[in-house]
Design a protein around this ligand. Structure first.
Ligand code: ASP
Length: 475
């Protein structure tokens, strides 16, 4: 019988998402990232042959050929985008249920929220700083801008979004809670979906364990099914990257890609600075040396680089946090799914560099007011960016709109977005792992990491014996 003094959270133990990391690990062992890099190089080479500079293939034929070459890419992106909402939704709910108790949940929730906001703001500051210093926009000729924009297809939302006034902000805060959750899911409103999942998760674990078990079981099945789809998508990854890059190079020519090298370099430099900041934060909060941290997170970074999806690598992130970084399961299972969706420092940095870069390309001056506006908008939009490939660039349109930069500029950066997306995703997931380490230190617990891990292993053995997914400790 349940003990009346204990919260239902203390009786329910959903199986950890980390047990679904097996197929991801085989991808790391099979050096997926190397195959992807080869795919990229080959894609650019084929694109050059098909493109206007080589003059070997008629433009009409080249257009059709490169469009067909991108088919695996469209399927790859589509599959990863299709699973992100159910996967994140289920993982947040089960992550909440994996907490030790209400007290821990409250503490981690508040602290991690503040930590995410602060690190995102720092990432944006770094992005604006490097972009103002290097001025990548000055390396782009106006002919290149013209020719790229003439050939590229618009991908982003081109509607004008006006900046809210101070009086409108309270209403917007109220609107964060979806009055129609299915509507939020259908229109991909990530922040609303996350808030809905958090509220639902807390409500689920506040009811009697026997009643919450079926929903948690369902969420577990959803995770399993989504990860199977991720596995299928990954088979396509190298060919997908090959086709997408071949298509872009064939369309705009190699000169356009070369002209963008300084911009890509600026983003990469910013990402490296953020990585160094993480290493410092981890060193000071937990005493873990940068080398040990990097050696621990290496596999997750490579896989995030290969998939461009923070959500798809969640099982491996949780496993890494617990087994290599020594984080308690009750922390990692909550922080990773939440961080994968709302803590995107790599994306925030990229969005701020891209905004300053495009302002420079269009010869626009950014005053202090505009820079502050960029910080506020990018904090919001990086939180709202789904953890899936290539969406950071779509959300970027909102940021550009808010500061009055033509969204058509996105056409210029979309060609190099594959490599930028892969790199920023690697930093996004590293940020989540660093956050786990910090929270593990900041939020005390009745149990040690070893004890929690031992209990989890015991439950896994019970799962293997009985097939039970969510274990109830009530009888
Ligand atoms: N691909 C990124 C991620 O999953 C999101 C983005 O496009 O910036 O973390």
């Amino acid at each position: 019988m349940p003990n009346r003094d204990r919260h239902p959270l203390e009786y329910i133990h959903p199986r950890s998402l980390k047990y679904l990391s097996d197929h991801l690990q085989s991808l790391v062992k099979g050096r997926l990232w190397l195959k992807i890099l080869l795919g990229m190089l080959l894609g650019i080479a084929v694109g050059i042959v098909l493109g206007p500079s080589a003059g070997l293939v008629e433009p009409g034929v080249s257009g059709i050929l490169s469009e067909w070459l991108s088919v695996p890419g469209y399927i790859f992106l589509g599959l990863l985008q299709m699973i992100v909402i159910p996967l994140v939704f289920a993982s947040i709910i089960r992550g909440i249920a994996a907490s030790e108790g209400m007290d821990q949940l409250r503490k981690v929730g508040l602290r991690v929220g503040g930590y995410f906001l602060l690190t995102t703001a720092i990432a944006i500051g770094v992005g604006i700083g490097v972009a103002l210093l290097i001025q990548p926009g000055r390396f782009i000729s106006s002919e290149l801008v013209q020719s790229t924009m003439d050939t590229a297809t618009p991908t982003a939302n081109q509607g004008i979004v006006s900046t809210p006034t101070l009086g409108e902000v309270p209403g917007l805060i109220g609107a964060l809670l979806p009055s129609n959750p299915l509507g939020a899911i259908v229109s991909g409103q990530m922040l609303q979906v996350v808030l809905f999942a958090i509220i639902l998760g807390i409500a689920i674990v506040s009811t009697s364990p026997r009643q919450s078990k079926p929903i948690l079981d369902l969420a577990g099945s959803m995770q399993e099914v989504c990860m199977t789809i991720v596995k299928w998508a990954m088979l396509l990854a190298p060919v997908a990257v090959f086709g997408l890059l071949a298509k872009f190079t064939a369309r705009v020519g190699i000169e356009a890609l070369m002209g963008m090298l300084v911009y890509v370099g600026t983003v990469l430099l910013g990402l490296v600075i953020i990585l160094c900041l993480y290493l410092i934060i981890v060193l000071f909060t937990s005493g873990m040396s940068p080398w040990r941290f990097l050696a621990g997170v290496r596999e997750v970074m490579l896989l995030a680089f290969s998939t461009s999806s923070s959500a798809a690598v969640m099982p491996l992130s949780i496993k890494t946090a617990e087994e290599k970084l020594g984080v308690r399961p009750s922390i990692s299972q909550f922080v990773i799914p939440l961080g994968a969706t709302i803590n995107m420092n790599g994306t925030a940095l990229y969005q701020s560099v891209a905004t300053v870069f495009l302002a420079q390309v269009f010869g626009m001056e950014l005053g202090l007011g505009a820079l502050l506006l960029i910080i506020v908008t990018v904090v919001g939009s990086s939180i709202g960016t789904p953890a899936t490939p290539g969406v950071g660039i779509v959300i970027l349109a909102l940021v550009l709109n808010s500061v009055g930069i033509p969204t058509s500029g996105i056409a210029l950066i979309i060609g190099v977005d594959r490599i930028v997306d892969m790199s920023r995703t690697a930093i996004n997931v590293t940020g989540d792992l660093a956050a786990c380490k910090v929270m593990d230190r900041w939020v005390g617990s009745k149990k040690s990491a070893e004890k929690e891990l031992a209990e989890e292993t015991e439950r896994e053995l019970r799962h293997i014996r009985t097939g039970e997914d969510v274990i109830l400790d009530v009888d």
